[in-house]
Design a protein around this ligand. Structure first.
Ligand SMILES: NC(=O)c1ccc[n+]([C@@H]2O[C@H](COP(=O)([O-])OP(=O)(O)OC[C@H]3O[C@@H](n4cnc5c(N)ncnc54)[C@H](O)[C@@H]3O)[C@@H](O)[C@H]2O)c1
Length: 442
């Protein structure tokens, strides 16, 4: 278990500049965390390079991006994308007998999933085949990247990959009951996690969310050694999640979204960075605050801990920038709702006695309970309902502020991170928001 190690000081400017190379190891989506980091790399004048996970044809074949898809992706990234599919995981990879894990899930009904028994020999064969497919594609990707990275350039590899829910129809209704179910429709996350379906998800999450960071480090070894030998610096960053300190009753307090089933894979990611660090490799996992992105959309309630960021902005100094963000948030709320009502509702949830049990850092990640889950979902729903327009909400406004600030913090800290695992909590994120907005006003 990693010790809680928050970043408490704003970083000094990193040394990246023109001629240096930023490599995004994952795809870029409109509201995802990676945007903040890509913006920083662009601002520093770095050459930006990216990869694609590829696309699946209707018959399951994995293919590179088409010419049009590639042009759109490169335009949005602002750099060249190596068009060799790097989809991680193994849900659609065949075993020796030709069946995939997704095929095995096909016959399972959403009312009989608890007793489903999977063929684990076939799953292990699929896993191995997925790893071989991924690493062989990665080897080709690294060959192309090698040609694009000049000697003595500083290189920043940013790992964003997370996921691994097998693509099978049965899983969505089951997971919806785990993450969003109440009353009769609630399924405890532990019942799911200890079932064969849960075991398959655990292996798949490890593969996509954690092991891809190891492959990135391993397969870029030649680039790392060449660049280092010519005087350049190579850094690796990854986005983690391991709870986050936010303001509860006016004090910063570590809390977490529950049930975070990716938590075990995220701890494995931390171990990968720590092991690399021991070998002298500059690899750091940055544990980030909860925000709303494509990937977090399934987890209703994860966004509640985002609201106290507004209070953190005031606590860390306030001023015109904090007022501007508060005003923008207030304008998104219904006419009869004050921002303070939203903050009070978030605080009431975060300080509820039910949370105490989930606040033990050493037992993270914990499974949900019916009581905790129904409180979280009811509170989340009530707060979302305070927004005037469900498509334009306070969480989106705050998420943008967080991913921009986190991008800045990770970018500059990665130059001399000092540790393989760091937490970016609301205190440092709020201070960064205030500092960067003030800087842009000068
Ligand atoms: N959203 C949050 O609240 C939050 C909090 C802390 C950390 N993070 C982490 O930040 C990172 C970026 O996530 P995000 O929330 O910005 O969402 P996102 O949806 O923008 O990013 C998810 C990334 O995972 C990649 N990915 C998904 N499935 C993949 C697969 N099978 N193979 C290869 N790549 C795959 C995507 O290409 C994308 O780059 C993730 O590691 C996530 O766990 C998110």
């Amino acid at each position: 278990m990693t010790d809680f190690n928050p970043l408490r000081q704003l970083p000094c400017p990193g040394g990246y500049g023109k001629g240096d190379v930023f490599v995004l190891f994952g795809e870029l989506f409109g509201r995802g965390y990676a945007n903040g980091l890509v913006d920083e790399a662009r601002r520093a004048g770095m050459t930006i390079l990216g990869i694609t996970v590829g696309r699946r044809e209707s018959d399951g074949t994995l293919r590179p991006l088409t010419k049009d898809e590639l042009a759109i992706a490169q335009e949005s990234l602002g750099g060249k994308i190596i068009n060799i599919p790097l989809e991680a995981g193994f849900d659609l990879d065949k075993s020796a007998t030709g069946i995939t894990p997704a095929d095995q899930l096909k016959g399972i009904k959403s009312d009989g999933w608890e007793d489903a028994a999977l063929d684990w020999t076939a799953i292990e064969e699929s896993r191995k085949s997925g790893v071989e497919r991924f690493t062989s594609a990665l080897s080709s990707v690294m060959h192309e990247l090698d040609a694009l990275i000049p000697d003595s350039a500083n290189v920043l590899f940013s790992h964003t990959m997370a996921g691994g829910i097998p693509r099978a129809r049965v899983l969505m209704p089951v997971l919806n009951r785990v993450f969003k179910g109440t009353g009769d429709r609630y399924t405890p996350s532990e019942s799911f996690w200890t079932s064969e379906l849960g075991r398959l998800c655990a292996i798949s999450f490890d593969e996509v969310t954690a092991d891809t960071f190891q492959y990135l480090i391993d397969y870029s070894r030649l680039i790392r050694e060449r660049v280092a030998a010519s005087g350049g610096k190579v850094a690796y960053t990854a986005y983690g999640y391991h709870g986050c300190e936010v303001l509860v009753n006016g004090e910063y307090c570590w809390q977490t979204y529950t049930p975070y089933l990716q938590g075990w894979a995220k701890m494995r990611l931390e171990v990968i960075a720590s092991e690399a660090w021991k070998k002298g490799i500059n690899a750091t996992v940055f544990n980030c605050p909860e925000i709303q992105t494509n990937s977090s959309a399934l987890f209703l309630g994860v966004e509640i801990s985002l609201y106290p960021l507004i209070s953190a902005l005031m606590k860390e100094g306030g001023g015109a920038v904090a007022d501007g963000i508060s005003k923008a948030c207030q304008n998104l709320l219904k006419d009869d709702v004050a921002l303070d009502d939203l903050l009070a509702a978030a605080n009431a949830y975060l300080s509820n006695a039910i949370q105490e049990y989930f606040r033990d850092f050493s037992t993270w990640p914990l499974h949900n309970t019916a009581q905790q889950s129904s409180l979280m979902l009811a509170s989340a729903g009530a707060m979302l309902d305070m927004n005037r327009d469900s498509k334009n909400i306070v969480c989106a406004e705050l998420s943008r502020e967080v991913f921009k600030a986190v991008g800045h913090l990770i970018f500059h800290t990665s130059w001399e991170p000092g540790a393989p695992v760091l937490w970016l909590n609301h205190d440092i994120v709020a201070r960064q928001i205030l500092a960067s907005e003030q800087a842009s006003e000068v």
